[in-house]
Write a protein that binds this ligand. Structure first.
Ligand SMILES: [Zn+2]
Length: 281
């Protein structure tokens, strides 16, 4: 694993809310961002307590209130967020204020994609996960830019991390050397076993080294999404000292995170968001 400049830090509030933030992004001053945990919400049972996903059997009221609690912590209106229907692809889409509120209510998404980009101030881009990795991007400058990607094994195999960087270079003339990138919590390699077919696809794509993929228990393979996404970001031109490394496994920490694998599909979703605030210089 490469040395990185930073990692996500856990914050706990008095109201029970807990979330992760990266000091490197906070230090930039003009970025607001966070990744939620399961702590501080209203949901119960396997969804306890801060479930932010509509399609996991929770009540609409619980989800909306959980989102309200989370976004209020960062002074954002949960009704103004933008998210997409996540399809485990590598499509990148640009959003502006005309998209505000897409995904804020059940059935209100208008885009099918796994990477969101905006230059709009005060527009929170949001994505959801329970084992998949969210990747945060922020580029400073006269016209700053933020992006958020969702990467499970299919997105990782498709190099969504590198795809986002190349998209920003091509469409916004972003210099990857200035781009901040942050890797959110993800199921760790010890907890993540894939079958022979999935393993074969990663082998064919050049990830056959033990650093990324290793034969494990029961004929399966341990797959390291975090390590592969890290390499993809570095190969795309992200500098090591601009990279926020993940230190959290969603499956290893049932006290903090939902995990689709660990909970056999009966679980909630964490939310990650990133926005350009109005404090930019
Ligand atoms: Zn783990």
């Amino acid at each position: 694993m490469q040395e990185a400049a930073d990692s996500f830090i856990l914050h706990r509030e008095q109201n029970g809310l807990a979330y992760l933030q990266a000091p490197l992004f906070k230090k930039a001053g003009w970025v607001d961002h966070a990744f939620s945990t399961r702590c501080g919400g209203l949901s119960s049972g396997p969804l306890a307590t801060l479930n932010t996903g509509f399609h996991v059997g929770d009540s609409r009221e619980n989800v909306l209130e959980n989102r309200r609690i989370f976004f209020a912590q960062f002074n954002y209106d949960y009704r103004a967020i933008v998210s997409s229907t996540q399809v485990h692809g590598t499509t990148v889409k640009v959003f502006d204020k005309s998209n505000s509120g897409e995904g804020a209510r059940p059935g209100s998404t208008r885009s099918w994609c796994d990477a969101l980009v905006t230059r709009e101030e005060g527009l929170p881009l949001a994505a959801y996960s329970a084992d998949c990795q969210l990747i945060f991007f922020a580029c400073p400058g006269k016209r700053p830019l933020v992006a958020l990607a969702h990467s499970g094994w299919k997105g990782t195999l498709g190099d969504i991390a590198g795809t986002v960087v190349r998209f920003l270079k091509e469409h916004f003339s972003i210099n990857p050397g200035r781009l901040l990138a942050g890797l959110g919590p993800v199921v760790c390699r010890s907890c993540y076993i894939v079958n022979r077919e999935v393993a074969g696809r990663f082998q064919s794509a050049g990830w056959e080294d033990k650093t990324y993929l290793e034969p494990g228990a029961g004929g399966g393979f341990n797959l390291d999404l975090d390590a592969i996404n890290t390499v993809q970001l570095l190969r795309a031109g992200i500098k090591e000292n601009n990279l926020v490394q993940n230190g959290w496994c969603t499956s290893c920490r049932p006290d903090l995170f939902y995990s689709y694998r660990r909970d056999r599909g009966v679980t909630g979703r964490m939310i990650g968001f990133i926005a350009i605030n109005n404090k930019q210089c």
